[in-house]
Design a protein around this ligand. Structure first.
Ligand code: GLU
Length: 387
């Protein structure tokens, strides 16, 4: 049976140590999805918010810093607007979110106050995570909030951004916040108790307790392992988020809201994703790799592929042989080899229309013939991530 007693099973030292790191985390990000906060008809369930806040308060009492990333704004806005079903069109979802966000934070504020804690609303977008100024500002605000003992309640700023409404139910946002704040642990709570190695409804399917790296997921059709409800995440974005977080060195647990207390205490519930070792990538690199799609692509000659992939160099116009798509300077573009394989993604410094005149030219020639502003790289190393 899925919920088999796991107490007497052998636990890999990596998992045991990782679970302990979650329990002992100095700073933890807890993400809760809409489906865990709502009644079956999609309305906000006050009891569930109370239960969650109780868990958060207990962790705070142990001296941990907790950042809560909470969805539920769309759901909370439905009743006041007389909507019986979650609206399908984006504008209505955004409208519902702007009605619901205030109500959602009001209930967190009231519940946290019952434990002597202060709630702080923080609205972010995935893009904020990568623009230098916004990145620094949100980091500073969150740090200050933690210093003064508040509990940040983060949600996507649905009025201006719709990424998480459409693709993630805040899953990616939570992983990026965990990275931004150098959190030690991320706990992703939803209505599924763990990742399974198949459809949980099928005979013989079992829980995956430990994911050491992406090879542990080989052969699992992640799309078939979850169920869809009020939220928009599904299992794919959850596993994706776990991957972003672990790449950033964050211990990650994926489980149900009902298991929140145990997960945060380091008990063996849900699925544990071990952090990758090595250097933490920049927030911008994580965003490029996980939260963007190329608006077009640049095809590189073999020398440029080698320079970018092996020598970690910037991409210069000299190494480009073809350009595809309509993009503007500052957009993310895919860098492909001549067989079409995407080898990297980066923020391009020129409009698509400018590229044909630059291709194959040395930066020295460009500076001399076209002026000093053309001496810049096509894609700078710092704005580039290998895929
Ligand atoms: N930010 C949205 C909310 O809080 C995302 C969740 C969703 O797509 O359900 O409602």
């Amino acid at each position: 049976m899925h919920s088999a007693d796991t107490r007497h099973q052998y636990i890999e030292p990596l998992e045991a140590a990782g679970r302990r790191s979650v329990a002992e985390a100095r700073r933890v990000v807890v993400k809760v999805g809409s489906s865990s906060l709502t009644t079956p008809d999609g309305l906000i369930d006050a009891g569930r918010i109370r239960d969650l806040v109780e868990v958060v308060a207990a962790r705070r009492a142990l001296g941990q810093e907790v950042i809560l990333v909470s969805s539920g704004a769309v759901a909370a806005g439905m009743t006041p607007l007389g909507m019986v079903r979650r609206p399908r069109d984006l504008a209505s979802q955004q409208a519902a979110a702007s009605v619901g966000q205030g109500l959602l934070v009001a209930s967190y504020t009231a519940e946290l106050a019952g434990h002597g804690l202060t709630a702080a609303q923080v609205l972010l977008t995935v893009e904020d995570m990568m623009r230098r100024v916004q990145h620094r500002n949100s980091q500073r605000t969150l740090r200050r909030l933690l210093d003064i003992g508040a509990v940040p309640i983060v949600n996507e700023n649905d009025t201006v951004a719709t990424h998480e409404i459409r693709f993630g139910d805040n899953d990616r946002l939570a992983a990026l916040v965990a990275h931004l704040m150098r959190a030690d642990a991320l706990v992703l709570l939803s209505d599924v108790d763990a990742l399974y190695d198949g459809n949980p409804a099928d005979e013989g399917t079992s829980v995956v307790r430990l994911v050491r790296g992406s090879t542990d997921l080989d052969g699992i059709d992640i799309g078939s392992t979850g169920k869809r409800g009020v939220g928009t995440g599904g299992m794919v974005t959850k596993v994706d988020s776990a991957r972003i977080a672990t790449e950033a060195g964050v211990h990650t647990v994926l489980t149900s809201a009902a298991n929140a207390r145990d997960a945060l205490a380091g008990e063996r519930v849900g699925t544990f994703f071990a952090p990758a070792d090595g250097r933490r990538p920049s927030a911008r690199q994580l965003w490029l790799a996980h939260a963007t799609a190329g608006r077009g692509s640049l095809v590189l000659d073999p020398g440029a592929v080698r320079a970018v992939v092996e020598e970690k160099a910037s991409l210069l116009p000299a190494g480009v042989v073809k350009v595809h798509g309509e993009f503007s300077a500052g957009d993310p573009v895919d860098l492909r080899d001549e067989s079409g394989t995407v080898v990297a993604r980066g923020l391009v410094n020129y409009d698509a229309a400018e590229v044909p005149d630059l291709m194959g030219r040395s930066t020295r020639w460009l500076a001399r013939e076209m002026g000093p502003t053309y001496e810049r790289e096509l894609v700078h190393r710092d704005d580039l991530v290998l895929l």
